[in-house]
Design a protein around this ligand. Structure first.
Ligand code: F6R
Length: 227
């Protein structure tokens, strides 16, 4: 991977990522952000929410694009609801600037019409997925619907009540959508990501580890909280 790979405590890496988002927003108020859900970005969103509530950040002209979401899922468990609860509701980002691929016919056209993604945050799945691009996703993929692998459904069970079935399908930005972003930050939190990240960083590009495609991007930073 051409970019930096840094190892930090979770609190430290969350602060660094939040600071990068804040700097981007201040330098370019009309910035477009690609945003993941899950445990990995939660610390960063908490800080961004606090800084926004303290009126240190102005999201009025920014646009945020969820990376992915479940299909056929109860609203309360969707990624959009996660982003609303963990970030958007603490900011002054208006409702018509909170985008989600479930509600847009051509997500890639919309992103392009807004000037493209400036900064995209990513998590990594234990199977090497980025967004919901599961192993086997081709490089030339744009926003598309997918079937979730059993390993992803299994690892996401922790976010669902015991009587709720994890959805089988989702919609996600493609690998090409992600690589078009001007800069990328991958946050890998949790030892269960270690093997996938090692394979992604070792190269060469391998569709069975979708995160390995990131080595094709000139401006990617990886932050991990394990050795
Ligand atoms: C979710 C997403 C996924 C997660 C990944 C890691 O929007 O893009 O790729 O980033 O599954 O999830 P956590 O951080 O919960 O371990």
């Amino acid at each position: 991977m051409a970019g930096k790979v840094l190892t930090e405590r979770y609190e430290t890496l969350s602060r660094q990522i939040a600071q990068t988002v804040a700097d981007q927003l201040k330098a370019k108020p009309t910035s477009c952000f690609g945003l993941p859900t899950g445990q990995s970005p939660k610390g960063c969103y908490k800080l961004l929410g606090a800084w926004s509530k303290a009126l240190e950040l102005n999201w009025e002209k920014a646009s945020c694009f969820a990376l992915d979401d479940y299909l056929e899922a109860e609203e309360s468990i969707t990624f959009q609801t996660f982003l609303e609860d963990n970030l958007y509701c603490h900011t002054n980002l208006s409702g018509d600037r909170r985008f989600n691929p479930r509600f847009v016919d051509d997500y890639d056209d919309l992103i392009a019409s807004r000037g493209g993604l400036d900064l995209t945050l990513l998590g990594i799945g234990a199977n090497g997925h980025i967004a919901f691009n599961e192993p086997g996703t081709p490089l030339e993929s744009w926003t598309h619907c997918i079937w979730l692998t059993e390993s992803t459904r299994d690892s996401n069970k922790r976010y669902f009540g015991s009587n709720v079935t994890v959805p089988h399908r989702g919609i996600t930005m493609g690998i090409r959508t992600i690589l078009e972003s001007k800069s990328l930050i991958l946050v890998a939190s949790g030892n269960n990501k270690k093997r996938a990240l090692e394979r992604a960083l070792a190269g060469p590009v391998d569709p069975s580890i979708p995160a390995s495609f990131l080595s094709l991007h000139p401006n990617v930073t990886v932050l991990k909280d394990f050795n």
